[in-house]
Design a protein around this ligand. Structure first.
Ligand code: 0FV
Ligand code: MN
Ligand code: MN
Ligand code: MN
Ligand code: MN
Length: 595
């Protein structure tokens, strides 16, 4: 069906979507959407005839500022006591890393520290151990040739931590026919580690691809026949892994899960567990105070109160930021990310739903010119948005200028200009009823999903930013493509059904169906495969030469992991934040671990 001038009278036509709906099945949804558009929302002072505005009917915020402010952390006295204990345990753990002489034990320990979420305390020590192993890789791997579990850990830890390592490491585990032989004390543990390692594959690594298929099939088989023992929580771990590999998981969610899962595991050193629990809670207290400050900032701005049409999601936005970087020392990054995500959500809803095309043109120009005097042409509600973004960029710019003597404003304002231009492009497609070609869609969509703007802000507020580093910054688009494309694909897979229903541009799924002439089911299956390809690309770029590059690379990997978390459970876990999103906000931000 078409929305045409025959369905509605004159002054409203210009703002109505006249895009053909794609399939007949959505017809009645289209009509529902159309009915919703008739609930005119007026906007003060823009024109005599209030424009017809659509509404997305997003649910209101779940967590009020009062609620966030009332969250209590650990008492100061208790915190002091915990801190002292943590320092003792930290020293003991440091000694453990030094003492562990057996390679297999060293690897096991590093893996546990990373999954328990305390590895950030021992960056230098871990890098030391790994670079030693890497320097004598041939020797080390021949030592481990009867241990699939340790070999897989070696491979995964080296690659995930930025060292180059070849899939050839697994060659010795195949017979003449190329079939895998599981040589390992504990067969299932070996398969599980092989499975996790295989998800660090790069393009063209057929051995790893085969390892992935083999390990997956074997593990599934053992689970089905009920032969995976409960001991040491192994059964739970295999089920968890089969659900989703470690390499795709949001780090902090995994930390909490792993700490809880270790409760029944008597093979793990109890000191490590005690350390991890105390540290988790201490770090959670830091997150709480960051969140309280952000919530105060957000309610102080008053945008959510003034403009009621958009997604007001402060703690959810903080969860995104925490997904990008969880380490306590990256707090500046979390603060700025949360803030820009508030604004991005607001303006995304303006471009997608609330604004008229004329208004969007004005806003896009104002941001592109980065000129506060362009503001008087904007409708009231847009003035607030533009002013708020302008202030944020300048406030952060001032701080970095004061602290480092560097001017980050040009890069940040360029990122906002590009962002708005990509949103505007989509708005034009929508209003003109166009279905873009896949390539055209993605070139724009990898920007509109906000990957580049998130990465720009992460880079510019990095504690290790230098003048040199800032100079090479404009190349970021190339480096960050696979991360942003994955972000867009996760989002489109999770949100496009709802988006189509309320009226939006055809997303990757729909463009794919249109261009390739396939059903939605086929399109989704093939896009899943495509996402594998981009994960392989991202894995291939895991390498760095400086702490700044390491920090930046980690955020690039964490973006699709966080998107996976929000969109891969039950669709749009951001727009509809009552399910898993809410549960994890409670676990990660509000509720401490029982000691
Ligand atoms: C995604 O929502 C989303 F939440 C955006 C773009 C706001 C900023 C949030 C983050 C960067 C986490 P939606 O599915 O509406 O985005 P698109 O681009 O599909 O309209
Ligand atoms: Mn949107
Ligand atoms: Mn959008
Ligand atoms: Mn979307
Ligand atoms: Mn990491």
């Amino acid at each position: 069906i078409y929305y045409t001038s025959t369905t509605v009278s004159a002054p409203m036509i210009s703002v109505l979507p006249r895009r053909p709906m794609i399939v007949a099945a959505v017809e009645h949804r289209g009509l529902q959407m159309f009915r919703r558009t008739l609930q005119v929302r007026s906007c003060s002072g823009t024109s005599h005839v209030a424009p017809l505005r659509r509404s997305a009917n997003y649910h209101p915020n779940i967590w009020t500022d009062e609620h966030v402010q009332s969250l209590s952390g650990t008492s100061t006295a208790q915190q002091e006591e915990n801190r002292e204990r943590i320092n003792v345990l930290k020293e003991q753990t440091r000694n453990l890393i030094r003492e562990k002489q057996q390679v297999a034990e060293q690897l096991q320990l590093i893996d546990q520290l990373q999954q328990l979420g305390v590895a950030y305390h021992f960056k230098d020590e871990i890098a030391d151990v790994l670079s030693h192993l890497h320097a004598s890789l041939d020797h080390v791997s021949s030592q481990l040739k009867d241990d699939l579990h340790a070999t897989s850990l070696l491979f995964r830890l080296l690659r995930a931590n930025g060292f180059s390592v070849s899939q050839g490491l697994f060659e010795t585990f195949r017979d003449e026919k190329g079939n895998f032989e599981v040589r390992c004390e504990n067969q299932i543990r070996g398969l599980l580690s092989l499975y996790e390692a295989s998800y660090l594959e790069k393009e063209g690594e057929t051995l790893l691809k085969e390892a992935m298929d083999f390990a997956t099939e074997q593990l599934k088989g053992f689970m089905e026949e009920g032969s995976v023992p409960e001991t040491g929580g192994l059964r739970e771990q295999v089920a968890h892994a089969l659900q989703l590999p470690l390499n795709w998981r949001l780090e902090r969610v995994q930390h909490r899960w792993f700490i809880e899962a270790c409760r029944g595991d008597d093979t793990i050193n109890p000191l490590l567990l005690e350390f991890a629990r105390l540290d988790y809670n201490l770090v959670q207290d830091m997150y709480k105070s960051e969140l309280r400050e952000l919530s105060r900032w957000w309610s102080g701005l008053g945008l959510a109160e003034k403009l009621s049409f958009f997604r007001d999601r402060l703690p959810e936005n903080y969860l995104w930021a925490l997904g990008f970087t969880y380490e306590p020392e990256s707090w500046r990054c979390r603060m700025i990310q949360t803030k820009i995500i508030c604004f991005l959500t607001l303006i995304d809803d303006i471009y997608d739903v609330y604004g008229t095309l004329d208004e969007l043109q004005l806003f896009t120009d104002a941001v592109d010119r980065w000129d506060l005097t362009a503001m008087d042409k904007l409708p009231e509600y847009m003035k607030l948005c533009f002013f708020a973004i302008f202030n944020l960029v300048h406030e952060e710019g001032y701080r970095v200028m004061k602290e480092k003597g560097l001017d980050i404003v040009p890069d940040l304002k360029k990122a906002w200009g590009d962002q708005c231009k990509s949103y505007f492009e989509e708005a034009k497609w929508f209003h003109h009823g166009r279905t873009p070609k896949l390539e055209e869609y993605m070139e724009n969509g990898l920007v509109s999903i906000a990957g580049p703007i998130i990465l720009s802000h992460a880079y510019c507020v990095a504690k290790d930013l230098t003048g040199e580093a800032l100079k090479i910054f404009p190349n970021y688009h190339e480096i960050t493509r696979s991360s942003s494309i994955l972000f867009r694909l996760y989002d489109d897979m999770g949100t496009s059904t709802d988006e189509l229903e309320r009226g939006d541009v055809p997303k990757y799924v729909q463009c794919y169906m249109h261009e390739k002439g396939v059903s939605e089911e086929v399109a989704r299956r093939e896009i899943r495969e495509l996402m594998r390809k981009y994960w392989r690309e991202l894995n291939a770029s895991l390498s760095w030469d400086s702490p700044l590059e390491e920090y930046f690379m980690n955020i690039q990997v964490n973006i699709p992991r966080t998107a996976q978390f929000f969109y891969d459970h039950e669709g749009d876990g951001y727009g509809k934040a009552y399910g898993e999103t809410k549960s994890q906000i409670i676990l990660l931000l509000f509720e401490p671990i029982q000691i």
